[in-house]
Design a protein around this ligand. Structure first.
Ligand code: NDP
Length: 326
């Protein structure tokens, strides 16, 4: 075996709540997990300001702080947390191989994929500016809607997510304006009907975002244009929500794992198992429905337990720890 090849019992890819929870459970089960953080250590939550819906934080916590605490908790049990980006995998043999930064090869008995998904944004400079400032741009109404109580907001998108999030926001906000680029919804009829029948949701069809407006710190409005007439107008709002879909970070697994048409990894229902033995998935890489930090953490736990049971079944010298079930 070359010097550059390392063998690990449990390799975890990704460092959001799913990956760190898997690391905590795997470390406590003597699986000596190695976790690669990827290019955005801490995952999507590090782009969120305040997290108020993760149980156990009665006063809320910032996304980056929670991720540091999860990392510290995993390291307390000797999880090996490393910088690095997994660039390639080969799940075709009995030993699963992954490559770090295109150079270092690791051979793994089990792999837990926690690579998450990335929200799509429009890509306007003004949108990205206020997103980075934490000043009123969000791609998660459930996470951030609460901060816009009794205020007026805009949401872009016309799929099921946009409708669901617009409806969620309508219960908190004074008014929600939906910006729909075509003259129809993509969402299912029932979801579209729900927003159409909600009094404080206004829908602007054939409308696109020209610019997110702000005072340099926070969003103060949005300028939109009608793509049929070219007519522009400004809407004063404090929140700019984007719900135009997510992209699961699963490109490197194509050809090995079963993915759905969007790229989400298909798992055996009720488990974290993929179509490849010894490869497990947790968090948003397989979840286009719930996409919450707490559900990601829950599936991270499932993946570690499934991996532990898989190892125990394969290797009679590896004992399933009792501590994980306490
Ligand atoms: P979708 O891909 O279904 O919809 C994305 C929406 O965003 C489309 O309306 C699209 O417009 C719009 N959009 C994309 N790019 C832009 C852009 N640059 N500017 C303006 N608008 C844009 O994503 P969802 O996240 O809504 O849903 C993903 C999957 O999850 C779907 O299968 C959905 O059914 C499912 N889902 C189910 C739910 C449920 O059943 N409760 C809840 C949420 C999601 P256009 O239509 O013009 O292409």
């Amino acid at each position: 075996m070359s010097d550059t090849i390392e063998r690990v019992k449990c390799l975890i890819i990704g460092s959001g709540p799913a990956g760190y929870t898997a690391a905590i459970y795997a470390a406590r089960a003597n699986m000596n997990p190695v976790l690669y953080q990827g290019t955005q250590p801490g995952g999507q939550l590090t782009t969120t300001n305040e997290v108020e819906n993760f149980p156990g934080y009665p006063d809320g916590v910032t996304g980056p702080e929670m991720m540091m605490q999860l990392q510290a908790q995993a390291q307390r049990f000797d999880a090996d947390v490393r910088d690095g980006w997994i660039t390639k995998v080969d799940f075709s043999g009995s030993i699963h191989k992954v490559w770090v930064n295109d150079t270092k090869e690791i051979q793994c008995d089990t792999v837990i994929i926690s690579t998450g998904a990335s929200a799509k944004y429009l890509g306007l400079d003004s949108e990205q500016k206020y997103l980075k400032l934490g000043g009123g741009v969000s791609a998660c109404a459930v996470c951030d809607g609460f901060f816009y109580r009794n205020q007026e907001v805009v949401i872009v998108g016309a799929g099921d997510s946009a409708c669901e999030e617009a409806h969620y926001l309508s219960k908190l906000c004074k008014k929600v304006t939906m910006i729909v680029r075509r003259d129809v919804f993509r969402a299912s009829k029932i979801m579209a009907a729900r927003v159409k029948n909600t009094e404080n949701i206004e829908i602007l069809f054939n409308t696109e975002t020209d610019e997110v407006l702000g005072d340099g710190q926070v969003v103060t409005g949005v300028r939109v244009f009608n793509n049929k007439t070219g007519e522009k107008h400004e809407i004063p709002v404090t929140g700019f929500f984007v719900a135009i879909g997510h992209k699961p970070n699963t490109d490197i697994f194509k050809g090995f794992l079963d993915l759905d048409e969007t790229g989400y990894i298909i798992n055996t229902p009720g488990t974290s198992k993929t179509n490849i033995e010894g490869v497990f998935v947790s968090g948003d890489a397989a979840d286009h429905v719930y996409r919450q930090a707490v559900t990601a953490a829950g599936t991270g736990c499932m993946a570690a337990l499934d991996a532990e049971r898989y190892l125990a079944a394969k290797d009679s010298t590896f004992e399933v720890s009792t501590s994980t079930y306490n």
